[in-house]
Design a protein around this ligand. Structure first.
Ligand SMILES: Nc1nc2c(c(=O)[nH]1)N[C@H]1C(S)=C(S)[C@@H](COP(=O)(O)O)O[C@H]1N2
Ligand SMILES: [Mo]
Length: 312
């Protein structure tokens, strides 16, 4: 299928060399000013001060330096705003309030919850996680947010639920939604076991500030042991299901982007190696780790799934 060549982050390895990326980023930063991200009440209702940011949970040592904020917030994948990495300015148009999350499917009581009501009912903290995009770039980010299992508890799913499905917002400012062929909305999903894992996180902030729209504000999934495309941005809907969802990139190219998408340096993408990753900032190439270095947390989730395509 020639049509897949259209997708920016499926570009062949030759086009994602450190050099071309560095040049593009330099041009982009030259034109960028402050990344105004103020948005009231993200950490706590009525407060937007960084001093109120939740304390760091040190159980998750990334083992490498935190990426400079300016790189993590200006080099993004967000197809709703276009296919380039340079969407951060366009994404500022996404209004973060009011924001509601629809909870439904196999739950005791479907409902729509306002984000600020939700944030009052969860315990927020900061975690520094490694992030590994399937395109072989990576970063290390201090996220603030709360464990996904707290959202699952609030949603009160039925015993028959096997998957949690996330659907991202479709806003009029998202010009990428008009592009033909993409199977909008952006859908992602995890099993109930994965959702209950300690690592599974919902981010509402980064670098001690509210989550910028380009990084998925106001609410974004963060699954550090999986390729970055699993971490759906701007979540508007959470559905519990007994059937595995067809996820966004899986629908586009199932042979390259599957449901599981666990990081594994030994399983190459059909068109490039996954053995190493390029760190945003200095573009250093470092080895990629199994489950992105989180095997001790998550490997047990997959012991009964040996026959499945866990790493793509
Ligand atoms: N809604 C939505 N979520 C998304 C994407 C997207 O295009 N749309 N891209 C994914 C991909 S491929 C990656 S690598 C990460 C990038 O997150 P970042 O821009 O905060 O680094 O977001 C993921 N979440
Ligand atoms: Mo990605």
């Amino acid at each position: 299928m020639h049509v897949i060549k259209r997708f920016g982050w499926e570009i062949p390895a030759a086009r994602i060399t450190p050099e071309s990326v560095t040049l593009r980023r330099r041009a982009l930063l030259a034109g960028s000013a402050a990344l105004g991200t103020a948005s009231a009440g993200l950490f706590r209702a009525g407060s937007a001060h960084a001093e109120d940011a939740p304390a760091r949970n040190t159980a998750f040592d990334p083992g490498r330096p935190i990426t400079e904020e300016k790189y993590a917030t200006t080099y993004n994948n967000y197809y709703e705003y276009g296919e380039s990495k340079n969407i951060w300015r366009a994404a500022q148009a996404l209004k973060q309030r009011p924001w509601t999350i629809q909870i439904g499917g196999l739950v005791k009581q479907p409902r729509t919850i306002d984000i600020d009501d939700l944030l009052k009912q969860v315990q927020q903290e900061e975690r520094v996680y490694r992030h590994r995009c399937v395109e072989a770039w990576a970063m290390t980010v201090p996220w603030t947010g709360f464990p996904l299992n707290q959202l699952v508890k609030l949603a009160d799913p039925l015993g028959s639920a096997k998957y949690v499905v996330f659907e991202t917002a479709q806003d009029k400012t998202m010009t990428g939604l008009n592009a033909p062929f993409y199977p909008w909305p952006y859908i992602e999903g995890v099993t109930m076991d994965e959702a209950a894992n300690d690592l599974a996180f919902i981010s509402t902030g980064m670098y001690g500030k509210p989550l910028p729209p380009q990084n998925g504000g106001p609410l974004r999934l963060t699954l550090p042991w999986k390729y970055g495309f699993k971490s759906a941005k701007a979540i508007a809907k959470v559905t519990f299901s007994d059937t595995r969802p067809t996820t966004f990139w899986e629908a586009i190219q199932p042979s390259e982007y599957g449901f599981w998408a666990n990081v594994n340096p030994a399983v190459p993408h059909p068109r490039w190696s996954q053995a190493k990753e390029r760190l945003l900032g200095d573009d250093e190439m470092v080895p990629t780790q199994l489950y992105n270095g989180y095997a001790s947390f998550v490997a047990g989730l997959y012991t009964d799934r040996k026959g499945e395509k866990l790493f793509m």
